[in-house]
Design a protein around this ligand. Structure first.
Ligand code: NAD
Length: 479
């Protein structure tokens, strides 16, 4: 099957007619093609977006909100179909796509359909100066949204929904590794009555199509989610052009477990926070630090429970761990397991590729637990982004905090404790954008979402996203 670009409300071939192969990771075979779009395709998308902007930016909030709600409803109506498409394209278990990815994509549209009707700006009197100030929050114009492969429709819509709710027109690029549900979103938007040109979806490689979006002088803001190295490159290109930038980047998140925690809840959640989506979630807790008092108990129980997870065909309902997203990514993740012993680590469980019967060419890996003794090892300092976690013990609160913060990333952290004082100390001192205490990946969409340090710049979610996608203008009137 051939995926096409969605420009000005129509599905069209790339101008140069060049194509990229699209793989099904569960079976390791090509199952379609996607446009290898060039600058010219991006230009066409920008033109369509520019043309649509004057009308869309003056469309009432009520009308915008209704269209976004309709998109949300259509996503839910097609949930099974979209979940199957996401699972096939990405390798994730179909059950995960049906429970998390697709419902969240719908929730993104519904959330911003509601949020835009509540978004307002402020007015201030300059007392004694006979002046009034008010703030206009105007849409920026044409904005670029670029997303990664791990939560394809979920993260793609997390950017697009607030951008169009705020009155912008969008040129968006999904990952070339997982383009399918973004393609299907085009049809849904047309069906929901989104005017032509408000959302344009251009497929292709990061270094050509993505780069053309970042470089385009008429794209005034870039919202990017992906790797830290790509984010740094995008910042170098976009900053001298004075574009607004939101960068959601990599992570190496600590999961800190104290002896006073609710043990069973912690254990069940830690299995998810380690291996959900094959460990390919930027928020996964890949560095597990356990208080010495319960270290041996945890180690034994964790190994036992993880060993029982089923690695298998993503389309089977009882599969816990599907395929990794691509052959290249599988090799990258495996390369970290291969250096584990040289880095002073000890593989406690897993470590090998898995051959799944009937899917012999698929990209499967055992969930892997590595015991480490030094936080400075590569396994604890570099983002692996696969079903691989390290475990290490600590003795004191100070030691745990130092270990957690001693890394270049700062996306999220999880703390398991029932001690209120410790909860507050860690919440204040962890150098991350998100701290979960006694839970993981609980998301209230009103909260600010993003990272510190090498995990990014800016915040998404709630009104933060609507602020990012608008320019604030001060109007000062003297009377
Ligand atoms: P990536 O950086 O390789 O690619 C992300 C997107 O950027 C893709 O669409 C890609 O085509 C595009 N791209 C690549 N080079 C580009 C360029 N020069 N100009 C413009 N666009 C370009 O990342 P990935 O491998 O797709 O995703 C995995 C990474 O994403 C991990 O590091 C993960 O932690 C991170 N991530 C972060 C968050 C977050 O919210 N912080 C969420 C999910 C994933």
């Amino acid at each position: 099957m051939k995926i096409k670009n969605y420009i000005n409300g129509e599905f069209i071939n790339p101008i140069q007619n060049n194509w990229i192969e699209n793989y099904n990771p569960a079976i390791g075979e090509v199952y379609g093609q996607i446009p290898d779009s060039t600058k010219e395709d991006v230009e066409k998308a920008v033109e369509a977006a520019k043309k649509a902007f004057p009308k869309w930016s003056n469309t009432t909030l009520d009308k915008r909100s209704k269209i976004l709600s309709k998109i949300a409803a259509l996503i839910l109506e097609k949930l099974d179909f979209l979940a199957a498409a996401e699972s096939k394209d990405n390798g994730k278990p179909i059950s995960l796509a049906a429970q998390i990815d697709i419902p969240r994509a719908a929730a993104n549209f519904q959330f911003f359909a509601n949020a835009i009707t509540q978004f307002s700006s402020e007015a201030h009197e300059s007392v004694g100066l006979n002046a009034m100030n008010f703030t206009l929050r105007q849409p920026i114009g044409v904005v670029g949204c670029i997303s990664p492969w791990n939560l394809p429709l979920y993260l793609f819509t997390w950017k697009i929904a607030p951008a169009i709710a705020a009155g912008n027109c969008v040129v968006a690029k999904p990952s070339e590794v997982t383009p399918m549900t973004a393609y299907l979103l085009g049809e849904i938007c047309t069906e929901a009555g989104l005017p032509k040109g408000v959302l344009n979806i251009v497929h292709g490689l990061g270094t050509s199509t993505g780069q053309a979006i970042v470089e385009h002088p008429n794209i005034k803001a870039i919202s990017f989610t992906g790797g830290t190295a790509t984010g740094a490159h995008i910042a170098r290109v976009a900053a001298p052009m004075f574009k607004k930038l939101s960068l959601e980047l990599g992570g190496k998140n600590p999961n800190i477990i104290f002896a006073d925690c609710d043990y069973e809840k912690m254990l069940a959640t830690t299995i998810r926070s380690s291996f959900a989506n094959q460990g390919q979630i930027c928020l996964c807790g890949s560095r597990i630090f356990v208080e010495e008092k319960i270290y041996d108990r945890f180690k034994q129980d964790f190994i036992e429970k993880v060993a029982a997870l089923k690695v298998g065909n993503p389309s089977e309902k009882d599969t816990n761990i599907g395929a990794l997203v691509s052959k290249e990514h599988l090799e990258k993740v495996k390369s970290y397991i291969d250096i584990a012993e040289n880095e002073g680590g000890k593989i406690l469980l897993g470590g090998s590729k898995v051959v799944v019967e009937g899917n012999e060419k698929g990209y499967y890996l055992q969930p892997t637990i590595i015991e480490v003794f030094d936080n400075q090892c590569k396994l604890n300092q570099e983002e692996i982004f696969g079903p691989v976690v390290t475990i290490m013990s600590f003795k004191t609160d100070e030691e745990a905090l130092t270990l957690a913060n001693d890394v270049k990333y700062g996306l999220s952290a999880t703390v398991w404790t029932n001690n209120l004082n410790r909860t507050m100390q860690f919440s204040k001192q962890l150098q991350t954008g998100i701290v979960w205490v006694n839970t993981w990946l609980m998301r209230d969409l009103r909260t600010p979402f993003g990272g510190q340090k090498a995990s990014g710049v800016g915040r998404e979610g709630g009104f933060e996203a609507l602020q990012f996608f608008t320019e604030a203008k001060n109007i000062c009137i003297q009377y």
